[in-house]
Design a protein around this ligand. Structure first.
Ligand code: ZN
Length: 278
């Protein structure tokens, strides 16, 4: 169950040539530059505009967003947090984790089919339990899913990203690999899923067209997960469509996001993060 299929990994590596997982998956990261969404090239790690280590700042105070002053719908059931242990922590190209080396303290390995690097097969306890229920429900509906990648440590991402920079230069690296501290996978709340039917749909847009991918898109919110990088939202999320990348935000927030058809940034009234700020 936990062994790594070379063919699958190889497929995953190939896939990253065409797609850039926002979390920069280990399996995707061994290849060179691809045709992923363009990102700003720079050297230093950007800092969040507002860092409140001890509390969650009101989202509205963070920064005005174009159009944000229009009629606000109903009060969101949650707000963005910059507390790394919050399930509502916001991590994107303009909001790195604080501290950059953050590591969750409650990592566990979900009891689900695993197909990927063993060192990336953990999640925080809450999303791990939710993922088990999601997979069980999928199974009940006749769909087989597997987990490709969950939590990735800062040090692991340093290696991955560093290899890309050394090989292809920073600009190319930024297209396919998140900078350390900027990967949602480092929160332990993000997971990449796949169907055993792959590998042609593994970590590819085509996953969204598989029966499993459609089921995930329609049902993941019931277990607290959202498709973090929806189609056509690159200028907001910073990453192209990734139907396989699920982010845990809790059931209430996930249900609202799906009902409104918005991105996480939009739901929390946060600025778009198309690229790094440096
Ligand atoms: Zn991912």
């Amino acid at each position: 169950m936990r062994s790594i299929s070379h063919s699958l990994l190889s497929a995953a590596m190939t896939a990253v040539l065409l797609t850039g997982c926002g979390g920069s998956d280990p399996g995707e990261d061994s290849a060179g530059a691809g045709t992923s969404p363009a990102t700003a090239s720079a050297d230093a790690v950007s800092a969040p505009e507002t860092v409140e280590p001890e509390s969650e700042p009101p989202a509205a105070e963070h920064e005005a967003e174009p159009g944000g002053e229009e009629e606000a719908p109903e009060t969101p059931v949650s707000e963005a947090s910059w507390e790394p242990d919050s399930v509502h922590v916001l991590v994107n190209k303009r909001n790195p984790l604080d501290p950059l080396s953050y590591s969750p303290s409650d990592l566990v390995t979900p009891n689900v089919p695993l197909h990927g690097p063993q060192e990336a097969m953990q999640l925080r306890a809450e999303p791990a339990e939710a993922l088990e229920r999601l997979f069980a429900a999928a199974d009940g509906a006749g769909h087989s899913l597997s987990m490709i990648s969950g939590y990735r440590s800062h040090d692991y991402q340093v290696q991955v990203y560093g290899q890309h920079v050394a090989t292809n230069g920073q600009e190319a690296a930024d297209r396919v690999s998140a900078r350390p501290g900027h990967s949602e996978h480092q929160t332990g709340l993000a997971v990449d899923v796949d169907t055993p039917a792959g590998p042609e749909t593994t970590l590819r847009r085509a996953f969204g067209e598989t029966p499993e991918g459609r089921w995930v898109a329609e049902n993941a919110h019931e277990f607290g997960f959202i498709i973090r990088y929806p189609e056509g939202a690159e200028e907001i999320t910073g990453f192209s469509y990734e139907p396989w990348h699920l982010r845990y935000v809790g059931e209430a927030t996930a249900a609202e996001i799906v009902a409104r058809g918005v991105t996480l940034e939009e739901y929390w009234d946060q600025p778009a993060a198309p690229d790094y700020q440096d």
